[in-house]
Design a binder for this molecule. Sequence first.
Ligand SMILES: Nc1ncnc2c1ncn2[C@@H]1O[C@H](COP(=O)(O)OP(=O)(O)OP(=O)(O)O)[C@@H](O)[C@H]1O
Length: 261
Amino acid sequence: MTNVIDLQDVSWRRAQETILSEINWHVEKGEHWAILGLNGSGKTSLLNIVTGYAWPTSGHVQILNQPFGRTDIRELRKSIGWVSSSLQERIKGSELAENIVVSGQYASIGLAYESPTQEDFDKAFQIMEKMRCHHLAGRTYQTCSQGERQKLLIARGLMASPDLLLLDESTSGLDFIAREELLSTIQQLMRQDDAPTIIFVTHHIEEVLPEFSRTLLLIDGTVFASGTSQDVLTAESLSRFFAIPVQIDWHHGRPWLSRQD
Ligand SMILES: Nc1ncnc2c1ncn2[C@@H]1O[C@H](COP(=O)(O)OP(=O)(O)OP(=O)(O)O)[C@@H](O)[C@H]1O
């Protein structure tokens, strides 16, 4: 399977408004992508299209080689991990960390009616180790910091061994140290041979790790630029994108943005 995401001329209109317009986007296995865009530019809507929660008004969608319209989307979703703020809001504070992770196997949020096996828990603890959050076992969700919660949710997203992992603003609300720790954990994950394809949505350009070899820039529901991060994240391109003069400095393979006034 090489074709992870293939969107051709995808548009999505709601209530007379065009939210996504003529999106062409192709993601191959082995690539990891960052998606950047201002508030309301359509990032979450795009993920809704990829997961089949929104149906394009026009255009063609193929995910993990499966063309929408001829695919059982509920079955396909088992191969997609999705970590978003709306998932975070649905987790009960009293749920145990390891139960949250195991519930990813059952596409449930926490364990209420499921009967997980010892193998499920063994796998969950392995993933928690990989995500550097195994020390949270036995703790309730409400006692975990925001950074720890994000790690648990990503661990939950990995539980069903997805081919595609969508991380929507995972670093939002994290302080500098917690953010860098989470980014470093995601970086380790991407370096592993069995890593899923990761799509990382963010507002912060400096979060584009070197492993995010490709970047998609969205503006008002359209693709402003798409390609290798080095080509897309230039001072010239970003000055047009933000409509103010900016400068980009690359340090250790990461782009840092500043105003050029
Ligand atoms: N179901 C819907 N019906 C009508 N409008 C919608 C719907 N979903 C999203 N929108 C609108 O589409 C636009 C894009 O929203 P979206 O949440 O995709 O942007 P975003 O880039 O993820 O924003 P943010 O960075 O603030 O999370 C917004 O103007 C939003 O109000």
